[in-house]
Write a protein that binds this ligand. Structure first.
Ligand code: NAD
Ligand code: TYD
Length: 336
C-alpha cells in the first residue's frame, strides 16, 4: 500500500512512520511536512533515507503539490497528522490554527476526492468534546463542544471530513485520541517540558491548582491503533482512543521529579491557562471491541522509557530549544 502521511516529521507522525516502515514491508510512505517549529528532520533519524520513505518539504494548504504527490506515488490512503497542535500557542496566535488545521484539511479532502483516494484518516483529539466534570467519559456520540482555538479548529476539520464522506462518498475514518507522550515530543507539552526543566534544575510551571485531569497514552499505542483503523475499520466510523490512565497533572509532575531524583521544591504553581479544560477521559470500548485494540504500555513503564530517551537525547533537546523556543517560553511563562 502507498500512503501519504502529512505531518510525519512531528511527534506522533514520526513515530507512526518509523513503526510502519519497520513493521509493514509492503508499505511506501510519502511524508509531507512543512517543517514548522514542531517539525524536525532529526525526528526521522534512522529512516530518512529508507528506500520506502519519501520526504517532501511542503504545506498541506498547497493543493497543487498534494495532487502531484497523489498522482506520482499512486497514493491509496492519506493519514493527516499535520496540524498546529498546542493549546497555549492557539491562545496567543489562533490564525495559523485555522489555516493549517481547517483550510489545510479542506485542501487535502478536495485532492482526495478528485483523485479517488480509498481512505482518508483524520487524526483528531479528545479535546473536540470539550471538558468533563468529575464523572463520566467521552464516547464517540458525545456532542462536539470545543473550548480552545486549537480544539475548535480540530472539531471544524472533523466536521469537514465527515461532510466529505456524506456529500461525496469519500471513505474516511476519524480517530480521537487522548494526550500522547513519548520520544520526540516537542518540549512545549506537559511531559517533555517538565522533563527538560527538571533536567536543567529549572522551575516546573504547574497551571492553576494542578488538579486538571488528562488521560495519558504512550505514543506507540496510539500509532498501533491508527494502523488498525486504516487497515481494518469500515469507512465512515469514528474511534476514540485512550490509555485508560487518568491522572491529575501534579501527579505526573511528581512522578517525573521522582524518576529523575529531583526535589519537589522545583514545582511552581503559576496562573492558570485561560479557558483551561478541567478533565478529559476516554471511553475506548468501540475500538477495543470492534478492532481488538488495547494499550500495551502502562504509565510508569512509558514514563521511564520517555525520560530515559530524553536523557539520552540531550543534543536533540538542545537543538529544539535553541532560537525561537526561548521567545516562546518568555511569551507563555514570562508573566505568569
Ligand atoms: P506536532 O506539533 O508534534 O507535529 C505537527 C507536524 O505537522 C509538524 O511536523 C509540523 O511541521 C507539521 N505541519 C504543521 N503545519 C503544517 C502544514 N501546513 N503543512 C504540512 N505540515 C505541517 O503534533 P503531534 O503532537 O505529533 O500531533 C499530530 C496530530 O495528532 C495533530 O493533528 C494533533 O491534533 C493530533 N493529536 C495530538 C495529540 C497529542 O497528545 N500530541 C493527541 C491527540 C491528537
Ligand atoms: P498539554 O501538554 O499542553 O496538553 P493539552 O492542554 O492539550 O491537554 O497540557 C497537559 C496538561 O498540563 C493541561 O492540563 C495543561 C497542563 N500544563 C501545565 O500545568 N503546565 C505547563 O507548562 C503545560 C505545558 C501544561
Amino acid at each position: 500500500m502507498n500512503i501519504l502521511v502529512t505531518g510525519g516529521a512531528g511527534f506522533i507522525g514520526s513515530n507512526f512512520v518509523r513503526m510502519v516502515l519497520q513493521e509493514q514491508p509492503e508499505c511506501l510512505v510519502v511524508n509531507l511536512d512543512k517543517l514548522t517549529y514542531a517539525g524536525n528532520l532529526e525526528n526521522l533519524e534512522g529512516f530518512l533515507d529508507h528506500p520506502r520513505h519519501v520526504f517532501v518539504k511542503g504545506d498541506i494548504c498547497d493543493g497543487q503539490l498534494v495532487c502531484e504527490l497523489l498522482d506520482r506515488y499512486k497514493i491509496e490512503a492519506i493519514i493527516n497528522f499535520a496540524a498546529e497542535s498546542h493549546v497555549d500557542r492557539s491562545i496567543i496566535g489562533p490564525k495559523v490554527f485555522i489555516e493549517t488545521n481547517v483550510s489545510g484539511t479542506l485542501t487535502l479532502l478536495m485532492a482526495a476526492k478528485d483523485k479517488g483516494i480509498k481512505r482518508f484518516n483524520q487524526i483528531s483529539t479528545d479535546e473536540v468534546y470539550g471538558s468533563l466534570g468529575p464523572e463520566g467519559k467521552f464516547t464517540e456520540k458525545t456532542p462536539l463542544a470545543p473550548n480552545s482555538p486549537y480544539s475548535a479548529s480540530k472539531a471544524s476539520a472533523d466536521m469537514l471530513v465527515a461532510a466529505f464522506g456524506h456529500t461525496f462518498g469519500l471513505p474516511y475514518n476519524i480517530t480521537r485520541c487522548s494526550n500522547n507522550y513519548g520520544p520526540y515530543q516537542f518540549p512545549e507539552k506537559l511531559i517533555p517540558l517538565m522533563i527538560n526543566n527538571a533536567i536543567n534544575d529549572r522551575p516546573l510551571p504547574v497551571y492553576g491548582d494542578g488538579l486538571h485531569v488528562r488521560d495519558w497514552i504512550y505514543v506507540d499505542d496510539h500509532c498501533r491503533a491508527i494502523w488498525l483503523v486504516l487497515t481494518k475499520a469500515p469507512p465512515g466510523e469514528v474511534y476514540n482512543i485512550g490509555g485508560n490512565t487518568e491522572r491529575p497533572n501534579i501527579e505526573i509532575v511528581r512522578k517525573i521529579l521522582q524518576h529523575l531524583g529531583k526535589p519537589e521544591s522545583l514545582i511552581r504553581y503559576v496562573n492558570d491557562r485561560p479557558g483551561h479544560d478541567r478533565r478529559y477521559a476516554i471511553d475506548a470500548t468501540k475500538i477495543r471491541t470492534q478492532l481488538g485494540w488495547r494499550p500495551k504500555v502502562d504509565l510508569d513503564q512509558g514514563l521511564a522509557i520517555t525520560i530515559d530517551w530524553y536523557l539520552r537525547h540531550r543534543q536533540w533537546l538542545e537543538h529544539v530549544v535553541s532560537g525561537q523556543y526561548q521567545q516562546y517560553y518568555q511569551a507563555i511563562y514570562g508573566n505568569r
